[in-house]
Design a protein around this ligand. Sequence first.
Ligand code: ATP
Length: 240
Amino acid sequence: PAEGGALDIGGLTVGYGGAPVLHEVGFALAPGEVVALLGANGAGKTTLLRALAGLVPVASGSITLDGDDLAPLRTEDRARRGIALVPDGQSVVAELTVDENLRLGGLWRHRGAARERAVAAVYDLFEPLARRRASAGHQLSGGERQMLALGRALMAEPIVLALDEPSLGLAPLVVAHLMGTLRDAAASRGLTVLLAEQNVTSALSIADRGVVLDLGRVVADAPAAALAADETLRHAYLGF
Ligand code: ATP
């Protein structure tokens, strides 16, 4: 299991040149904790994940991993430090096989026997992928593709895994399976997980805590069960 994984986001303000999209956002993830990042379309979830990965400049505030400020690190150095981002949409290479896509994810992390062990560990976790190892990316179902994107991120042996709407476009049963495997992967590897989702029920079903963003501000930060039970909050920000 990963060592450490305490992620601290403090007073984070981020914009795209104009008015800020995130306003002094702050919350923390304990090592091994699964936190659902919730909020309507445009609330700023993707922007927060992009800031974590170093894909968008931060106007003020800080992000630290086990006490180390990530600000000086470029995106690839954050990946080496242990931050993995599974972006939304199709991040799988359509022309490459499942096996090749996985190997691509571990290209800079390990070689030889270590890489073979990492591939085998991903197949242990995701049996459907093992069966499809010779299939090309474009032949996979939506659920298999999302699983492959997740497996590929794990090949980098991250400490913190950030996912942007992995359930998007998937059927409810497939989402349930994906969430279960994500929970298992996080638990078996001791990963800290930040899960941005519009599928609130599914995300809260596997999360320890939830953080709700509204128009770029944190409006709730509470245990998952408390958020799911809070009717006022659900109606106001979560749409159910
Ligand atoms: P979604 O679920 O739609 O991805 P989100 O909660 O992830 O929503 P963001 O994508 O972070 O929200 O968007 C937050 C705000 O930032 C929106 O108002 C959006 O229009 C704006 N925004 C996002 N990307 C850019 C960009 N590249 N340039 C300017 N504004 C942007």
